[in-house]
Design a binder for this molecule. Structure first.
Ligand code: ZN
Length: 316
């Protein structure tokens, strides 16, 4: 049994058919977590879809309406780069609900993992790059609206720049955005995050981790956010078809563990979402995402308490 919850829904599948985005990966990750003995059935929570009101704290009403009713224009669907279907719409509403639930769990347990989401290319007024709804932004806004958090830091390690995240929170001092990504890669236009770590092609484990980890630690020390949202892309992997940063599987696991350790050693809860992963072998993408959960477990065993549970302990 894990010391935190994993959020999963069988209808996370984006219904893409043959596509570079392996949307069956959500189910494969859930199955692998159980079959490999990392998680038990009782570790899983099943989310409700986010409400339209949740989505509209981030997205325009017309964008939400078009997605819901399947009335996106041909050019809007082209920008999204995935075929529209009612199943896709249902899956992204569930993904947003899942990241909300993972964040609520993280408040209690110190860590919470959504086995979907990380749709960081979605903007307030349009979707793009396989991302229709910005689940992480929806979760940040929901927890802020509920008074659960005031500030958040988003650490985005997907190989592609977090353009939607940067745009949505550009003028918002309560949400700090950090993206580490391959500079010469999609998206062509990269609006500025609070911190952008632009990696050269083929950076490799050492260059990447030497840039990321001290920066995360410094930002956490300066900001003391109420929660970290972790967008844990599998696509910096050396065998990825859409990425070129040449990290190994072990390097990616170290990345996850060291980012989680930076947060948890400071008493900051972490909510994670998946983001991209396009390895030639889908098993590799699945293994990288499973390793994120294993890394979280290792860190949770070392730092079992959050700031909130520590201060509750102090008064009781
Ligand atoms: Zn990506």
């Amino acid at each position: 049994m894990l010391p935190f919850k994993i959020v999963y829904h069988p209808r996370y599948d984006l219904n893409l058919g043959a596509h570079v985005f392996p949307s069956q990966k959500f189910r494969l990750i859930a199955e692998k977590l159980v079959s490999s003995g990392v998680a038990d059935e009782c570790d899983f929570l099943r989310p409700e879809p986010a409400s339209d009101a949740d989505l509209m704290r981030v997205h325009t009403p017309s964008g939400v309406h078009k997605l819901k009713t399947g009335t996106l224009s041909a050019s809007e669907i082209m920008k999204l780069e995935v075929p529209y279907s009612p199943e896709l719409a249902e899956a992204v509403w569930l993904a947003a609900g899942g990241t909300i639930l993972a964040a609520q769990s993280a408040l209690r347990d110190g860590f919470g993992a959504n086995l979907s989401g990380g749709f960081h290319h979605a903007y307030a007024n349009h979707g793009e790059g396989f991302c229709a709804i910005h689940d992480v932004a929806v979760a940040v806004r929901r927890l802020q609206a509920d008074g659960d958090i005031k500030t958040a830091m988003i650490v985005d390690t997907d190989v592609h720049h977090g353009n939607g995240t940067a745009s949505i929170f550009a003028a918002d001092a309560s949400v700090f955005t950090l993206s580490i990504h391959q500079e010469n890669n999609y998206p062509a236009h990269k609006p500025q995050s609070d911190v952008d770590l632009n990696m050269p092609d083929g950076a490799g484990n050492n260059t990447y981790l030497a840039a990321l980890i001290p920066t995360v630690e410094r930002c956490l020390d300066n900001l003391h956010p109420d929660m970290m949202f972790y967008v844990g892309g599998a696509d910096p992997y050396e065998e990825d078809q859409l990425g070129g940063l040449s990290l190994t599987m072990e390097g990616l696991k170290r990345r996850d563990r060291e980012v989680f350790e930076a947060a948890r050693s400071r008493g900051i809860p972490v909510a994670s979402a998946l983001a991209g992963g396009y390895a030639r072998r889908v098993e590799d993408t699945v293994a990288i995402h499973v390793n994120t959960i294993i890394a979280a477990r290792e860190v949770a065993e070392k730092y079992p308490q959050t700031k909130a549970s520590r201060s509750q302990g102090a008064v009781s």
